[in-house]
Design a protein around this ligand. Structure first.
Ligand SMILES: Cc1cc2nc3c(=O)[nH]c(=O)nc-3n(C[C@H](O)[C@H](O)[C@H](O)COP(=O)(O)O)c2cc1C
Length: 191
């Protein structure tokens, strides 16, 4: 088995938030839906937090897969200013049940920020102790509602598009053909 590693990085979103839909920012929901599909394929797990325009993401998995994803992340223009906060070898996956867990803004995070003397979620200012506290919080909390929304989006993106499901409407085609033929016959007879 390959070396397992964990990375934590932060970044700033580049999209203009259009507000929350069913408790989650739509751009973030799309990122999560894609992440869950890909991460299941690549054996990656982790957690994503989005607050005050900043992402905080922890990724765990085989070194090659984590590095390949980080390279894709670096060229993703939905965020910028990527900063790797930590990279270390691990013996087991601590987010084993989550291809990509999502933790929305919630009271516990606000409490943690206030305790650390922060007005908002600005991970670029966090020290090691604060990063550890954020990680512990992300590890312990869960949000079934946000999760349901992301899973719905995954199902929609996996399902074939309606256009592919269209069967030819043979009855309609036959009716149009009959009308056209009658029209031609009438036209010829009138001449
Ligand atoms: C903040 C953020 C987090 C992301 N997390 C993941 C992730 O965990 N897994 C993933 O495959 N893609 C993630 N992406 C998307 C990747 O940057 C990239 O668009 C995607 O992996 C490309 O997948 P594709 O080659 O299947 O189109 C993330 C993007 C952003 C902006």
């Amino acid at each position: 088995m390959q070396r397992l590693i964990q990375i934590i990085y932060i970044s700033r979103s580049t999209f203009i938030s259009s507000g929350l839909v069913r408790g989650i920012e739509p751009n973030v929901a799309r990122i999560l839906a894609k992440s869950r599909i890909n991460n299941r394929r690549d054996g990656l797990v982790g957690v994503l937090y989005f607050g005050d325009g900043c992402f905080f993401q922890c990724l765990q998995g085989e070194e090659v897969a984590v590095d390949a994803l980080y390279a894709r992340l670096e060229s993703d223009n939905r965020h910028k200013d990527l900063k790797l906060l930590s990279r270390k070898q691990i013996s087991a996956l601590s987010f084993a049940d989550w291809s990509m867990k999502y933790v929305p803004i919630e009271k516990d995070m606000t409490r943690l920020l206030v305790k650390g003397g922060f007005q908002k979620f600005d991970p670029y200012l966090f020290d090691d102790a604060m990063i550890q506290d954020v990680m512990s919080l992300l590890q312990s909390s869960a949000d079934p509602e946000a999760d349901g929304i992301v899973e719905d989006m995954i199902k929609q993106s996996i399902a074939p598009s309606p256009a592919k499901n269209l069967k030819p409407q043979w009855g309609l085609v036959a009716a149009i053909a009959v009308v056209v033929i009658i029209g031609i016959v009438v036209f010829i007879l009138k001449k």
